[in-house]
Every structure is written in C-alpha cells, then in structure tokens.
Design a protein around this ligand. Structure first.
Ligand code: BG6
Length: 513
C-alpha cells in the first residue's frame, strides 16, 4: 500500500511508464550503441518494461541493411547484456530495430527519416512520440539539431512528444557548452532535453538521497557540526585502451570526470533536501551546491588546492603498463592530466569549513568509486587513558561501484578485561540484501527519457555552472605564466605524493580502498 503521508511515495510509484515511441540513435554504428544502448533496451524488454510498439532506428553514415545492422548488434548483445542473451527474445526484440543511412548534414536524409517514422506510425497506428538520441561525435550535434528543426521533427505532432537525449561530452568549456545549449534550446524545450550523465543512473547514486533524507540517524548529523570532511574517490585500473587516447588527450581527468560525474555525486551528497522528487525540485537543490563552490582562481589558489598528474610506466595487477605519454593516440609531449585531486569548499551554512577532497585517475590499482563521510570525534573524555587508534573516527562509506553498498565504521570495545577499542564495520551489500543485480544505469535512464522524467539528467544551469568552475582551473593550468606543475605517479600506484600532501597539510589522509 502506498504511504499517503509520504510525499515522495506517489512520485516514486508513478514513474517509469515508458510510452510507445520510436527512438532514433544518431551515430548508431558507434561503440555506445553496441555496448550500452541496445543491451539496455534488450534488458528493458527482458524485464517486460519496453513500451508496446516500440522501435529503434539507427541513423549513421555507413551503408548497411537492417539485417546486417541487427546481426552486428546481436553480437554486441551476447557480449554485453546484463541478463545474458536468449535467442528467442532476441528474435522478437530485434524486429523493432531498423537502419537508416544518411550523412548528418544532408537535408534529404532527414526528409527520408521523417517519411520512415511516419510510415511506422501509420502501420502500427501508434502516436508519433519520438526520442532523438545524439550518440555521434559531438561535432555533429549542431548539424543534427539544425536538420531536425528544419524538417519539423523536433515538434511533437498532435499533442505527441519529441525529446532529445545528448550524450557527453556536453561542451569542453563554458563557451562551447553555452553555444551548444543555445542550439539545443532553439530546437527543443529545456523540459524535453535530457543531458546524460550515466553516474546518475547508478543505483547507489540514486540511493544517496534516500540514505540522507529518509533516515533519522543520518539527516541530523549531515553538516559541519558533526562532519570533519568528505572524500570522493573514483579510481580506474585502465588507461587508454580501445583507442580512447585520442579523445581523452583533448579532455583530461578534470573535464572527462570531475565536471560531470564527480560534481553530480558531490551535489547529491551536499544538497539541501528537495521539497519533492520532481525533476526541477531536485535539480534546483543540486545546482545550488555547484554555485556555492568556492571558486579557485589563479595559479596560486589552483596550485594550493588542485593536484594534476600523469602516470609513468608501471604495472597494474602484475601486468606492465606504459606511461600516459606513451599511450596510443596520446601526444608524446601531452600536458593533459590523467589524474586530478582537489580540495573544495562549499560556501553554505551547512558546509562552512568542511573540506571535500575529490580524486580521480586512470591506471590506479583497482576500479572503485566511493564516497566516505568522516565524522568528527566526540570528546572521548572517559576513554582518555585508553589507547585510541589513529583514524578512529566514525566513517560512513557509500560504495558506488563495484560491490555496491554502505558500510559504517564504529568503535567497539575489544572483548577482554582491559578497555581496548577497535574499529569494526557494519556492512550493507546490495547483492546480499536484495539478491538480484541492479539494472544498468542506461536501462534506468532510457526508461526515464521514454517516460518523460528528467530528474536523473543534467539541466542547463547545472552544466554551465560546473563549466564555469572548471574553466578557472583549466585557465590556470594552460594559460598562466607560471602554471602549477604536472606531477607524476607510477601506473598501479594510488597517485602522486603531492596528492597525499594535499591532505597531509590538513592532518588528514586518503582512505585506504
Ligand atoms: C566516462 C568517461 O564518462 O566514464 C571514461 O569518459 C570513464 O573515461 C567512464 O572511464 C567511467 O564510467 P564507469 O561507469 O565505468 O565508472
């Protein structure tokens, strides 16, 4: 029974009724469609959540038939589907997949696309609901949007809807993000615009609001009175595999991960409670966090609070790895960071004086994303004579991935005559508590876009405010007369010594993962 006194309940229950629609994927021959999007639709179908009369149209430049396109996607689905691959389900599911060949800049291609979509709607007697998914190289976004507008495909016909999903990267600085937003908003209303950040689709990221606002145990303590500091770590044990070096070297860790994924996690951890779970209530609160970030302006402030680094040759899990500058498609004289650590402050009432330490990097010892909340120690007067361990504060660890869950570290008395204390861990694991794997982030996000729920997508002001903050750091790194140094760390280590010093200066340490 819904709990009618709980204002969150109705919104939670009424979500995810995806409506009949056609999804058009631009750049459909790319890796994303094969590895993520089609397996996500297939798994939505396997869970029985695909809307009736659903269709996907792949729009790309290469010449190929529906059959060839389907068989390429079948191979991808066998490899990447979360719930495995059933020939029977694939047989029926794949009938909804079609291919449309066109250049992104060719008006005739869009006229033909419109005819094709109209034909589908006519044959099936379905409403003309359309979701346009921009999964091409970002340079093509502008042309695609202009062509959609020129053909009128951006307008919902007869009360039906037309929406756009934009893949990342959404710009590479504030100016380019603004320019792109101008084109997007000249074509689609902001409420029909879905900027993907796949971290928001992760089950554990969605759980942050529930943990904070639905538990009496945590909510009253979630502020500068009780919290000493917060750490967010996103470690990856891979480098530039699969030709990623070309893109990555133009971006770097700060643009690739911090501006979007890590700022989204930061917002969820630091935001004020929204009045309800509507898309705008949640995003209004999130954007306030980004706006309240204390700006880091100029090489001195940036040098004191931000550490950038590249990996040198080393080994991860016993396997040798080359240094960043020796990676495929990376400039041998590259000035792009593969690791970044930041000390941030959020200038709000709740967070006065609480540092947020963020670190993210490639070729670290393992893949793990977590948020740890380090509480202040109580006076501990009665235990003044007992030997207290270093780092004995209560710590709440939210494991975003892998091994999704939440752990709370508390002090306990060791059994025995003496008053000796030891830290113990109370551990909640999604896999054992819920017994089934969580949906993939893309499944949730695609369902939301088809249901018209933009809560887990970035709004224009979130993206632009995040770039505004990031631009100052990029400026100090690349345009200052005496820029802060580029540090180094061997592949397979936990990052440069300077990042340890960043916390060391404050009498703190990175949590061991
Ligand atoms: C992407 C970045 O957005 O996220 C990649 O471009 C990164 O560089 C990836 O590897 C990490 O995503 P996940 O879900 O594997 O943590």
């Amino acid at each position: 029974m819904p709990d009618l006194e709980n204002p969150f309940q109705e919104t939670l229950l009424s979500r995810h009724r995806a409506e009949p629609c056609t999804v058009v994927i631009f750049g459909a021959t790319g890796d994303l469609t094969n590895r993520k999007l089609i397996p996500a639709f297939y798994n939505i179908a396997a869970c029985g959540d695909l809307p009736p009369q659903f269709k996907v149209v792949g729009f790309a430049r290469r010449d190929k038939s529906d059959e060839v396109f389907r068989s390429e996607l079948e191979a991808g689905n066998r490899k990447n589907s979360r719930q495995g691959h059933s020939d029977e389900l694939w047989e029926s599911f794949s009938r909804c997949i079609h291919y449309h060949r066109s250049e992104f800049e060719d008006p005739a291609g869009y006229v033909n696309l419109k005819l094709l979509l109209d034909k589908f709607d006519h044959e099936r007697g379905t409403p003309a609901n359309r979701l346009f998914y921009l999964a091409s190289a970002p340079e093509a976004f502008k042309s695609i949007l202009e062509m959609l507008r020129a053909t009128g495909l951006n307008e919902g016909v007869g009360g039906k809807w037309a929406r756009v999903v934009c893949e990342k990267p959404f710009g590479k600085d504030l100016a380019s993000a603004r320019a792109l937003n101008e084109v997007v908003n000249a074509t689609f209303h902001e409420s029909d615009t879905y900027r993907i950040d796949h971290y928001l689709g992760k089950e554990t990221a969605q759980n942050i609001m529930v943990l904070r606002f639905a538990n009496a145990l945590f909510e009253p303590n979630w502020n500068s009175r009780y919290i000493d500091h917060i750490q967010i770590t996103c470690a990856e044990n891979l480098g530039m595999e699969g030709g990623r070096g070309g893109y990555y070297d133009t971006a770097g860790a700060l643009r690739d991960m911090v501006q979007n994924h890590l700022f989204q996690l930061l917002s969820l951890v630091a935001m004020e409670p929204p009045t309800d779970l509507s898309a705008d209530s949640v995003r209004d609160e999130k954007v306030k966090v980004i706006r309240a970030l204390r700006p880091l302006v100029g090489p001195e402030a940036v040098g004191q609070n931000v550490i950038r680094a590249q990996y040198t040759a080393g080994s991860v899990d016993g396997a040798p790895r080359v240094g960043y500058r020796q990676e495929d498609r990376v400039n041998p004289e590259s000035k792009t960071e593969a690791y970044v650590a930041l000390r941030l402050f959020i200038d709000t009432w709740r967070w006065q004086g609480v540092p947020f330490y963020i670190r993210v990097g490639k070729q670290l010892p393992k893949k793990a994303t977590e948020i740890s909340i380090h509480f202040k120690k109580p006076p501990q007067v009665p235990f003044a004579t007992s030997k207290l361990l270093k780092n004995s504060e209560n710590t709440l660890v939210i494991r975003i991935q892998p091994d999704e869950g939440i752990a709370l570290r508390i002090l306990c008395k060791q059994p025995g005559q003496a008053m000796r204390m030891q830290q113990v861990k109370l551990d909640f694991r999604y896999s054992s508590s819920f017994g089934k794997a969580s949906p993939e982030a893309y499944e949730r996000l695609l369902l939301d876009a088809m249901a018209g729920d933009a809560t887990l997508f970035a709004r224009r002001d979130e993206v632009e405010n995040a770039w505004k903050f990031i631009d100052e750091i990029e400026h100090a790194w690349h345009q200052a007369a005496t820029p802060p140094p580029m540090c180094e760390y061997p592949a397979g280590s936990w990052g440069p010594k300077e990042a340890d010093d960043l916390l060391g200066q404050d009498g703190r340490e990175w949590r061991l993962l």
